[in-house]
Design a protein. Sequence first.
Length: 318
Amino acid sequence: MNITLLIPLLNEAESLPELHAWITKVMQQNNYSYELVFIDDGSTDDSWKIIETLSVTDTHVKGIRFQKNFGKSQALHAGFAMAKGDVVITMDADLQDSPDEIPSLYQMIVNDGYDLVSGWKKKRYDSVVSKNLPSKLFNWAARKTSGVQLNDFNCGLKAYSNKVVKNIDVYGEMHRYIPVLAKNAGFNKIGEKVVQHQARKYGVSKFGMNRFVNGFLDLITIWFLSKFGKRPMHLFGALGVIMFIVGFCSAAFIGIYKLYKLSVHEPAVLVANNPWFYISLTAMILGTQLFLAGFLGEIILRTKNNEPRYKISTKSNL
């Protein structure tokens, strides 16, 4: 099979028939062998009814329905696990991503040898204040932190080789950082393509300003996980040892200084009255706690069980 198209969605009933017709036209024109997988992330409108209807009339269409809204990352994770195509392409269901971009994205994976190609919505039709400026700030921070030189981490239109989606774990709200996850998994040929962005035709955006706050927090998380996710003791243990040594040396100095004062028969301040004593004690306690945190992190990594982070209530054509 050439292509798996994965489309996560939430309350996009109005867009689905038009999107399906557009994708079908592009696929038939290029004679692709494909599957079209809609992942309904707990929609409360008629989205699932439309997906079921489409799956009856078109055998290419498959559907996954979550019991409730688990988030876009979980939807992509479920889709990646079931994808059969040599090339996997993700896009949003709101008609802001153009299916006409599919052939060029496919060629970049197959012919140019990219592991992952991310869309870049260079010209956007979103609000400048609520989306464009925060997006630019977010993308700048993501580039500096991750080392992945992309202009648009948030673009939902991306293409992957099958081996990439089978070797990355998308969780939490990490869908923004799939290129970073791919790089951390050893897939270094990551490209970018300018893609057409269209104004929303139906409904309203599902994203608010809080997604940028969450995005920056996720960026810190993924930086930590990429550096120390498999070896937490290297961070917490090192910090703990340093703090304990600093505290111990400070306490030792206070004790030696007091003994020196006593040896020369000079009045000495009680150790308990010296503020440095409490600073030293606090440093040793924090150092011990950090060391234990790293030790516990290592134990958790070795004993964790990989339970699914979502539950599927219904499947169609699968």
